[in-house]
Design a protein around this ligand. Structure first.
Ligand SMILES: [Zn+2]
Length: 152
């Protein structure tokens, strides 16, 4: 009986199914050592930076955008466009498998959350009002990204 109870606690805990595993695993304390307060709030706690406050939304140089938390390659400048929203916007990721997606029902809205497939870090959301060729708009927080100038 004791074992049955223990079993139920482990497998029937509703929060346990929300825990997804990613190749890179760190505790909050470990993340706080490598991320500043704003980066931690957005990447680890799914916060959103205020529009037009990030330093990448109007960046037009050629290069790639990598995850601020784990350096995973996420987006290329070739797919970046000016959405006028004040957040860096892309019509597709550098590789589909580098990004994870999950339904997000917070704030009474139905949105699709996007995160780094390597560390689970929150990046932003994807909307279906983007330009050709995909019709998608990946609306990403500047603080979740690090820009690398293209090597010639
Ligand atoms: Zn990452």
């Amino acid at each position: 009986m004791k074992y049955l109870v223990l079993f139920s606690i482990i497998f029937c805990n509703p929060s346990s199914k929300e825990i997804k595993s990613f190749p890179i695993q760190k505790t909050d304390a470990e993340w706080k050592k490598v991320l500043n307060e704003e980066e931690f709030k957005v990447l680890r706690k799914k916060g959103t930076e205020r529009a037009f406050t990030g330093d990448l939304h109007d960046k037009k140089e050629k290069g790639i955008y990598i995850c601020k938390a784990c350096n995973h390659k996420l987006f290329s400048s070739d797919t970046k466009f000016d959405s006028g929203t004040g957040w860096p916007s892309f019509f597709k990721p550098i590789k589909e498998e580098n990004i994870g997606k999950e339904s997000d029902f917070s704030f009474g809205m139905k949105r699709m959350e996007v995160h780094c497939a390597n560390c689970g870090g929150h990046l932003g959301h994807v909307f279906e009002d983007g330009p050709n060729p995909t019709g998608l708009r990946y609306c990403i927080n500047s603080v979740s990204l690090k820009f690398l100038t293209e090597q010639k």
